[in-house]
Ligand binder design. Structure first.
Ligand code: SAM
Length: 383
C-alpha cells in the first residue's frame, strides 16, 4: 500500500517511521511519503492560509497548494484521498477494514478552520474521497487523526501482524464485541488469581468463557455495540466485517440455490458472486449476522438509497429455517435504519412463498407498480 501525507507540519508525522509502520516500510509492505505542503506555495512566506470569504474568525487553507500537490503526486483514479475533519464519517473498525483494501491513501491534513471546500470537490472529481472524523471533538490539526487512521489500517494489511489471529480476536473485530479480559504469568499476583477456566486446557470451555466475558463487558460498557435486537436466547445480532466474507458466501450459496429452485431462475446474481464481490458489499452495505455455536447461521444487509432503507440478502441456514431467525433479522435491520429513512424496501423471488409470507406478516406490501428484476417482486413498508 502506498501512503502519502500532505501537511504543513510534516514533523508531526515522524512517528510513522517508528514501531510497526517503520518495520513495514523497511520490509516493502508500505511505501510511505510525507510531504510538506509549503513546497507547493510560490510566495516568500510560503503562505498556505487566507481569510475566509464571508468573514468570521480564523483562517482557511488555500486551495492552490493542494491542487498542485495532487498534480505533482499524480493523484488519480484508483487512489483514495482522506480528508481528516470533525465533520466527516466517524472512524471505526469497519472504516479501517474498508480503507485497508485500497492500494493508495493520500491524507490531506487540515489546520486552522479547515480546507477550502473546492479542494474536496476537486479531489472527488479525480479520485475517491473519504472525509473521516476521529471523534466528536476538535483537534488542532489533521495529523494526529491521520496517524491514528494509518495505525488502525496498516495493521490489517496481510503480512503486517506477526499473528493474524490476534486481529480476529480483539475488540471491535468481526463479532463487533469488546475483547474479553486477558491474563499472563504469574498465575497468582498480589493474591489475585487467573480464572481457573484459562488453566483448564479445555479449549471449548475457554472459548465459551471468553465469549461470555466479551458479551458481558460490551453490555456493561458499550451497550450501543450490541444493537437493539438479540435472539430470544440472548445471542447478539452483530455487524459483519470483511473477515466474515467466506462464511457469508457459503451461506449465500446455500440460500440462493433454494431461491433459484423455487423460482426456476438460474441467473440470480447472488448465486454467482465470488469472495471479492461479497467482501466489497460488506464494505458498502450495513451487514448484520448471527452465529450459533460459532457457526454463521443468518445474515441480512441494508443501505440507505435516498430516504429508502433498502433491505436485502436476508439469509437463514436451510436447516434452521422456520424457527423465527429470519423474522428476528428482519426486525433488527428495520430497527437500525438511520434517522433519514422514511420507508423500507426489499426484493424477493415472485415464487418464494415462504419469503413472501414472512414479509407480508412483517407489514410489507407487494408493489407491482415498482421495478424488480425478472422473476422478482418489490415489497415496501412505511417507517
Ligand atoms: N473549524 C473546523 C470545524 O469546526 O469543523 C475545525 C478545524 S480544526 C481546528 C483543524 C483541522 O484539524 C481540521 O481541518 C481537521 O483536519 C483536523 N481535525 C480536528 N478535529 C478533528 C477530528 N475530530 N477528526 C479528524 N480531524 C480533525
Amino acid at each position: 500500500m502506498r501512503l502519502d501525507y500532505l501537511s504543513i507540519f510534516p514533523d508531526y508525522l515522524a512517528p510513522l517511521q517508528l514501531s510497526l509502520p517503520g518495520k513495514a516500510v523497511a520490509s516493502g509492505l508500505l511505501d510511505l511519503h510525507v510531504h510538506d505542503l509549503r513546497q507547493w506555495t510560490h510566495d516568500r512566506h510560503h503562505t498556505t492560509d487566507d481569510t475566509p470569504y464571508g468573514g468570521g474568525a480564523g483562517m482557511v487553507m488555500k486551495p492552490e497548494p493542494f491542487g498542485e500537490a495532487f498534480e505533482a503526486l499524480e493523484v488519480g483514479a484508483g487512489d483514495t484521498v482522506v480528508f481528516t475533519t470533525p465533520s466527516g464519517q466517524p472512524f471505526d473498525q469497519r472504516v479501517a477494514e474498508d480503507l485497508a483494501t485500497r492500494s493508495r491513501l493520500v491524507f490531506a491534513c487540515g489546520r486552522y478552520e479547515g480546507i477550502d471546500q473546492r479542494v474536496i470537490d476537486h479531489a472527488r472529481s479525480i479520485a475517491e474521497v473519504r472525509e473521516i472524523s476521529l471523534g466528536d471533538y476538535v483537534l488542532n490539526g489533521g495529523e494526529v487523526a491521520a496517524l491514528a487512521i494509518t495505525e488502525a489500517v496498516v495493521r490489517l494489511l496481510p503480512g503486517f501482524m506477526g499473528n493474524a489471529e490476534s486481529l480476529v480476536e480483539e475488540s471491535h473485530a468481526e463479532g463487533g464485541l469488546l475483547e474479553y479480559p486477558v491474563y499472563t504469568k504469574p498465575r497468582v499476583w498480589r493474591d489475585r488469581e487467573v480464572p481457573d477456566v484459562l488453566l483448564s486446557g479445555d479449549h471449548g470451555r475457554i472459548a465459551a468463557w471468553r465469549h461470555d466475558q466479551a458479551v458481558r463487558r460490551t453490555a456493561e460498557r458499550r451497550p450501543d455495540l450490541l444493537h437493539p435486537s438479540a435472539l430470544d436466547d440472548g445471542t447478539p445480532i452483530v455487524r459483519a466485517g470483511r473477515g466474515d466474507a467466506e462464511e457469508l458466501l457459503t451461506l449465500q450459496r446455500a440460500c440462493w440455490v433454494q431461491e433459484a429452485l423455487a423460482n426456476d431462475l438460474l441467473d440470480i446474481p447472488a448465486l454467482h458472486e465470488g469472495l471479492d464481490e461479497v467482501r466489497d458489499w460488506i464494505g458498502t452495505w450495513e451487514t448484520y449476522l448471527v452465529r450459533r455455536a460459532g457457526r454463521l447461521v443468518g445474515a441480512v444487509r441494508a443501505r440507505l438509497d435516498g430516504e429508502v432503507w433498502e433491505i436485502g440478502r436476508l439469509m437463514v441456514a436451510p436447516d434452521l429455517q422456520g424457527q423465527g431467525l429470519g423474522r428476528a433479522l428482519l426486525d433488527h435491520v428495520q430497527a437500525v435504519a438511520p434517522a433519514g429513512a422514511t420507508s423500507y424496501a426489499l426484493v424477493t423471488g415472485g415464487r418464494s412463498e415462504r419469503n413472501l409470507r414472512l414479509y407480508k406478516k412483517a407489514g410489507f406490501r407487494l408493489r407491482r407498480d415498482l421495478a424488480a428484476p425478472v422473476g422478482a417482486v418489490t415489497l415496501t413498508k412505511a417507517r
